[in-house]
Design a protein around this ligand. Structure first.
Ligand SMILES: C[S@@+](CC[C@H](N)C(=O)[O-])C[C@H]1O[C@@H](n2cnc3c(N)ncnc32)[C@H](O)[C@@H]1O
Length: 193
């Protein structure tokens, strides 16, 4: 387990021993070989920024979700070294398509947090009714539940945008909503209308 993966401050789960247990017992043994190689190469090349890859437990959840949905057309905003993108690609059926425009089954949003509200407007058109939009980092290291004065400066701006997004999504009756306390917080929106 790499140092950045073990760092609990970037995860919702703040118990390093429990995180280690989950990863080592259940997740790493199930990680696809190509994802393992990509994760290790990312840690080697970007020792600090490798924490931007979605963690292995979240990757396994996304993979199962995509298969349950039988997703074929997907898009992603925020790629970095491509861990979540490769997770998606590996979960798609042979006739799945990653780049075709039109009605998408699934979108994974993990880019600039300031633009999530704008992405939501666009994705509500691009993703089909019944499809899922997944927003990553919606709990922002847990800071969404902390008073602003306790939040470090670097996190303040994105926190503000994520608070706005979380409230907006909670009231958006065009989507069914599930907030998953995994990684840094993952909000799943299933488009209803
Ligand atoms: C958290 S990382 C993505 C990690 C990736 N999902 C993974 O699991 O490996 C965020 C990425 O979003 C990119 N990004 C930031 N703003 C963006 C924008 N406006 N459009 C597209 N990508 C953007 C950054 O360059 C970075 O590569």
């Amino acid at each position: 387990m790499s140092e950045s993966e073990a760092k609990p401050e970037r995860r919702i789960l703040k118990n390093p021993a429990l995180l280690k247990y989950i990863f080592e017992t259940s997740c790493f043994p199930r990680e696809h070989e190509q994802l393992k190689q990509l994760r290790e190469a990312t840690v080697e090349k970007y020792p600090f920024w490798s924490l931007m890859n979605v963690p292995v437990d979240e990757s396994l959840l996304l993979s199962m979700l995509l298969k349950v949905m039988n997703a074929k057309k997907t898009l992603e905003l925020g790629v970095f070294t491509g861990y979540s993108l490769l997770t998606t690609a590996l979960a798609l059926p042979a006739d799945g398509k990653g780049k075709e425009e039109g009605s998408f089954d699934f979108a994974f949003v993990d880019a600039d947090k300031d633009s999530y509200m704008e992405y939501h407007k666009l994705l509500m058109k691009l993703v089909k009714v019944g499809g899922i939009i997944a927003y990553d980092n919606t709990l922002w290291f847990g800071t969404v539940a902390e008073p602003e004065e306790n939040v470090e400066n670097f996190a303040k701006q994105s926190r503000k945008h994520l608070l706005e997004l979380n409230s907006f999504l909670a009231a958006d009756d065009r989507v069914e909503l599930a907030v998953v306390s995994i990684g840094d917080g993952l909000t799943l929106c299933r488009r209803l209308s």
